[in-house]
Write a protein that binds this ligand. Structure first.
Ligand SMILES: NC(=O)c1ccc[n+]([C@@H]2O[C@H](COP(=O)([O-])OP(=O)(O)OC[C@H]3O[C@@H](n4cnc5c(N)ncnc54)[C@H](OP(=O)(O)O)[C@@H]3O)[C@@H](O)[C@H]2O)c1
Length: 258
């Protein structure tokens, strides 16, 4: 349990709310040390958590400020956070832009994903200023409340990873839909196609928590059968390059800004 006061601007949105709820559930923070703000009112995040309409008031009453608003909403945000660390969850907004707009000298860019909802997000984070051991542990601990996390060596990693881990369920959802559509086109009844594809992505995906992916593929290729033929077709079509192009397309947007 920490005694730092955390203020989350946009704390009732998808990410902000999931993080706030996890911090309380995991006893990482006391309700009285958590402040949230939004423009529309109505929080519903745990008793004792204060919801403010005035962002500057939230900043003034917080030790650490988190920005969990969308990049386009950030353009309208007017706060002075000079002297306070600001943690931004925004994709495509550089630490320099955040520092210029808020006055904060220490900006931490962190990139969780939608799996905060089930507390299985992966969050890379980067701080513009060197942090002491306690502060680094606090930030690491905060993101471990919603999954796993790593400090990364530079901000460029955050922009690239925004398009990789930041996309959360997007890639598996795309894979599941592609498999479903192709199965339907091959004559499999739609409901069966959907369940079969979901089994691959969700059920099969869970096996990766217990097995090394390369070892799995090597052992499946060893059968020289149905699975091996399917895998070889993906290798022949250069699946690495396909995935690389997809991530790079997103990363370019993250680097350029939104
Ligand atoms: N969702 C993801 O998977 C994901 C993954 C990685 C990173 N991110 C980043 O996380 C950030 C938040 O995403 P999200 O999905 O949580 O968005 P969201 O659900 O739209 O939440 C944003 C919240 O900010 C509040 N807000 C907007 N302007 C405000 C202001 N001026 N003052 C106070 N509150 C304000 C909104 O509430 P009101 O309308 O009531 O003000 C809203 O609840 C984004 O920058 C996104 O790039 C999201």
């Amino acid at each position: 349990m920490t005694s730092r006061t955390l203020g989350i601007i946009g704390g009732t949105g998808w990410l902000g709310r999931a993080i706030a709820e996890a911090l309380l559930d995991r006893h990482f923070i006391k309700p009285e040390c958590l402040l949230l703000s939004n423009r529309s009112g109505g929080s519903g995040v745990g008793a004792g958590v204060r919801l403010l309409a005035d962002n500057q008031q939230l900043v003034d009453q917080s030790d650490i400020v988190m920005l969990s608003i969308r990049p386009e909403q950030f353009r309208e945000l007017r706060i002075n956070a000079r002297g306070k660390p600001v943690i931004s969850l925004m994709a495509g907004v550089s630490a320099a832009a955040i520092s210029a707009a808020t006055g904060a000298a220490t900006v931490v860019r962190a990139m969780p994903n939608a799996a905060v909802e089930i507390r299985q997000a992966y969050t890379p984070w980067f701080s513009t200023a060197s942090l002491d051991e306690q502060d680094a542990q606090w930030i690491q601990g905060l993101f471990e409340c919603v999954g796993s996390a790593d400090a990364v060596p530079d901000e460029a990693c955050i922009d690239y990873l925004s398009a990789l881990s930041g996309t959360g369920p997007a890639f598996p959802a795309m894979l599941q839909l592609a498999l479903t559509r192709q199965a339907i086109a091959a004559g499999i009844p739609p409901a069966i196609a959907q369940r079969a594809a979901q089994g691959v992505v969700v059920g099969g995906g869970q096996m990766l928590t217990r097995h090394d992916p390369q070892q799995l593929i090597d052992s499946l290729l060893g059968y020289r059968g149905v699975t091996a033929a399917a895998l070889q077709s993906m290798v022949d079509d250069d699946i690495d390059a396909l995935m690389g192009r997809a991530v790079e397309a997103g990363a370019q947007i993250a680097r350029r800004g939104m």
